[in-house]
Ligand binder design. Structure first.
Ligand SMILES: [Fe+2]
Length: 179
């Protein structure tokens, strides 16, 4: 278990942390910030070994989340997610903007909108190694699954310190889905 010290930067994350800091300090809205941070992640996408060998293994019980960086002022944090084949999130949305990039493997994303007593399925994305994507609430309900046959790893930048609030999830949706 790697202990998180706020403000500490892992090797391989320095340029990304500096780029995200500059983007966040422009203090524009969530959507524009997500666009700016997407550019930073595209320029400074780390390799999977930004996670330790132990972290990269994943866990047969469920996908794993590792906070890699937390800004001392709580403005943003960077998280590595590790998924064994088939591992899946619940359907959820988020407390803030998020930008993510796939470092290894493939992550299949299903998108939904909330309509009264049900969810409407509105699209899917296959995010492959090197792909960058971002979003800002509202309209950010999704479910993510490792659809490949190898462990997948992705890096997520969130517009808050997720280690303080335990998770980026605002709400989990347990509603029927219609196509
Ligand atoms: Fe999510």
């Amino acid at each position: 278990m790697t202990t998180l010290v706020r403000g500490d930067v892992r090797p391989g994350l320095t340029d990304l942390v500096m780029g995200v800091r500059a983007a966040v300090d422009r203090r524009v809205g969530w959507r524009e910030t997500a666009v700016l941070v997407s550019g930073e992640l595209r320029r400074h996408l780390p390799s999977p070994d930004v996670l330790t060998a132990q972290e990269r293994l994943g866990d047969p019980a469920t996908y794993q989340s590792h906070t890699l960086y937390a800004a001392p002022d709580g403005a943003f944090s960077i998280v590595g997610l590790v998924w064994r084949p088939g591992q899946i999130t619940p359907i959820h949305d988020h407390v803030t903007w998020c930008v993510f990039g796939v470092l290894q493997g493939i992550e299949h994303e299903e998108l939904y909108v909330h309509e009264g007593d049900h969810l409407l399925s509105v699209g899917v994305n296959d995010n492959r190694t090197g792909d960058i994507s971002g979003f800002a609430p509202p309209g950010d309900i999704h479910r993510v699954r490792n659809s490949g046959d190898t462990t997948s790893i992705s890096i997520h930048v969130y517009g808050t310190d997720v280690s303080r609030i335990d998770s980026s999830v605002r709400r989990v949706y347990d509603l029927p889905v219609r196509d």
